[in-house]
Ligand binder design. Structure first.
Ligand SMILES: N[C@@H](CCC(=O)N[C@@H](CS)C(=O)NCC(=O)O)C(=O)O
Length: 278
């Protein structure tokens, strides 16, 4: 990984890196915050997946996570939301598909299947890279995210319970196969066979059970995407069915923005730190 920039932050270091990705066949950028406790030995890692239109930058500049990561001694990794630097047909035409909207899936359809492999990138390639460059404890990994990234985090955790010990989300798309954003993305990347979409639907995965640690989800009640795209009640119902321990907090008056995310960031990092250090 090449370091693009580095800033002292809350006694630790906020770095931005670029590396060649075998999963996407492109260069990828990623932000990594290393807290001051890194001097004393391997630390837990928390990966944050961003929402539509984002890069690593939205979270890194606006979420206010570094203060809490420094407090709890957790490394935070914030990747991009899609491959970059390509010009596939229609790739940059809309904010909710293609660039900035990889949906954390491995595409199976042309022309996406060669590069749009964000599931493999996040699950396999990036953790390997991070482990080779930073002093991490691979047995203590958590994942969280916002909106499309909340969907990504829940899907990643539910499909890989041995890999991740903790999960949380801000205003997640909880059932990608049953809302317009998800139908567009999964249809485009995976094709029209809806059976293939199920492996990327957090609520359908939750319904099957298998995730054991407490899940924290925050959702603003004034979120403009709440009824049409997010539908937290579907996750609530699925978790109730399978006995999955979900705490869903409806936060009155909050919208979909980073003003909301930064307000509850401290609670989320404390949630992960507790589970990762247990
Ligand atoms: N641009 C879209 C909304 C996209 C959006 O709200 N993106 C969220 C994630 S789903 C976000 O975090 N945007 C970047 C930011 O607020 O910094 C629209 O106009 O409807």
């Amino acid at each position: 990984m090449d370091r693009i920039s580095s800033h002292a932050c809350f006694g630790g270091t906020q770095g931005i890196y670029r590396h060649r990705s075998a999963s996407t066949g492109t260069d990828m950028e990623v932000a990594v915050f290393v807290p001051p406790q890194a001097a004393d030995g391997p630390l837990p890692v928390l990966t944050y997946l961003s929402g539509l239109t984002c890069t690593w930058e939205n979270f890194t500049v606006k979420a206010g996570a570094q203060r809490y990561a420094a407090e709890h001694g957790v490394i935070i990794v914030a990747p991009d939301t899609s491959p970059r630097g390509l010009d596939l047909p229609g790739e940059h035409a809309s904010y909710d598909f293609g660039s900035g909207a990889g949906f954390y899936v491995d595409a199976t359809q042309d022309p996406w299947k060669t590069n749009y492999r964000m599931y493999s990138y996040i699950r396999d390639e990036l953790p390997g890279l991070i482990a080779s460059e930073f002093k991490i404890d691979p047995a203590r990994q958590g994942i969280f995210g916002h909106s499309m990234g909340g969907h990504g985090a829940l899907v990643m955790a539910f499909r890989n319970p041995d890999r991740y010990r903790s999960v949380s989300a801000f205003s997640p798309i909880v059932s990608a196969s049953r809302v317009p954003w998800g139908e567009k993305a999964l249809g485009g990347y995976l094709g029209q066979d809806r059976e293939a979409w199920k492996q990327y639907d957090a609520s359908l995965l939750a319904e099957k059970g298998g995730w054991k640690s407490p899940i924290l989800v925050d959702q603003g009640t004034s979120d403009q995407f709440l009824e049409k795209e997010l539908k937290p009640e579907l996750l609530e119902e699925a978790c109730a069915k399978s006995g999955t321990p979900l705490t869903l907090r409806r936060q009155p008056g909050y919208d979909h923005s980073y003003y909301f995310i930064s307000t509850f960031m401290g609670d989320h990092i404390a949630h992960h730190a507790k589970l990762l250090k247990a």
